[in-house]
Ligand binder design. Sequence first.
Ligand code: ADP
Ligand code: MG
Length: 433
Amino acid sequence: QVVNYAPFTLLPSAVPRALFEQAYADFNLLVDAISQNKEFLEQTLASTIKVDDFTARLFRIHTQVLEEGLAQSVFLGINRSDYMFDCGVGGTPALKQIEINTIAASFGGLTSRTAAVHGRVLKVLGKPEEASRLLTNNPSKGLAWGIAKAWELYGAPGAVVMFLVEEVQRNIFDQRCVENELWNRVGAAGGRVIRKRIRDVFEKGSLDDARRLYMEGQEVAVVYYREGYVPKNYDQQNWEARLLLERSRAVKCPDIATQLAGTKKVQQELSRPGTLERLLPGQAEAVARIRATFAGLYSLDMGEEGDKVAAAAIADPERFVLKPQREGGGNNLYGEELRQVLEKIRDSPERTSYILMDKIKPQPSMNYLLRAHSPLQVSECISELGIFGVYVRQGQELVMNRAAGHLLRTKATEHADGGVAAGVAVLDTPYLV
Ligand code: ADP
Ligand code: MG
C-alpha cells in the first residue's frame, strides 16, 4: 500500500461572501420530497431507463421494494450540493449549481482539516490576521451526528453501523474521519462501526422474518454507502446484495429512491417551470432560493424540444456540457467531443441517456496545486464549492435537518472535468471577501 498526502492548494481561494451564504440554501427538503414521490421519479426517469442500463437496474430495485412495501421507517440523507461562480455577461459573479450528490458524497472528512493547513500557511507568510479569518468547518462531525441519530432511532442498542467501501480504497482517511467521530457517539452508546464491501453482503448478509439485516450474526442498524454509485461496483451478485439491503429494515444512507433523486436527469427536470412548486407546495421562499442557483438545463428526450436542443449544442458546443447519468467525475463531454458524440446520436434514443447543461464560466485566479510527485508550478485555477446537508426522517417527521459544513475544491482551468478522486481537483479553503 502507498500512502500519499491528499492534494491541496498552497493558498486559500477568495470566495464572495454573499455567494457563500447563498450556497447554504437548503436542498434537504427537496431531495427528501423527491425520494418519496414515486410518480415523479417514474415520469422523470421513464425515457432514461429505456437506454441507460445502470439507472434502469436501480429503478427496478426501487419499484420492487415499493411493491413489497418498505420495511425501513427511519431515513437518513447525506448530500453535497456543488456550485461554481459564473462570471456571466455582466461581470457580477452568480452562484450556479453544478449537481447534487445524494450517494457517497465525499471529502467531508478531509476538508475538516484544510482550514488548519491554510491557517498555518498564512501564518508562515506573516498573515496572522488573515489566518484568523478562515472559517472553522467540520462536516465529518455533522455527518456523524446524522448517522448516530439514525442509529439511535433504529432502536437496537447492540446493532452496528456498516460502511460499505470499495475493495481498493484510495480515500480511506476521508472515511476514517467520519468513522472516528462516530465511534465517539455510537461507540459510547454500545454500538460499533464495521467496514464491509457489497460483495461481503452477498456472501454473509441475511434477513430475518422481520427483514432485520444481519452481517455475520450482527444486526445492522445503518448502512452508509461509500460505494455502489458506479456500474463497476456491481456484478450480478452485487446487484442481488443491493436488493437484499434495500429490502431490509436497516436505515440506508441513501435508500435507493434518494440515490435516484440525485441523477442528472432528475436535476434537469427540476429546472422545468412549475416542477419545484409541485414538489415543495406552499414553500415559495425555498423554491425561489433553490431556483436562483439553477443553470440552464435541457432535456434531450425524443421529440421537437430535444431536436432543437441537440441542434443548438452541435452548432455551438462551447456553450454547453453534455452529461450522462454517471457519478465520480470524468464522464462529461465538452467542446469538439460533445459535438461529435451528439452528431452521432442526435436521431437515436441513445441521446436520452444524457442531459445538456449550460457551461459555467468562472473567473480564474492563480494558485499553486500541491500534489504528491507533481512539480510545483503556479496554475490558473477555478473552484467549486460544495455544501453538505444532513437530515433524518422518522416516518413523516423530520427529526434532523441541517447544513453540515462546506468543501472547496480547486483545479487548473486546463481540465474541464474531474474532482479530487479523479486526480484533477485539490482541497482548498474559502477565504471570504
Ligand atoms: P460528477 O457526478 O461526475 O461529479 P458533475 O456534474 O459534478 O459530475 O461534473 C463533473 C465536473 O465537471 C464538475 O466538478 C465540474 O468541474 C465540471 N462541470 C460539470 N458541469 C459543469 C458546467 N455546467 N459548467 C462547467 N463545468 C462543469
Ligand atoms: Mg461532481
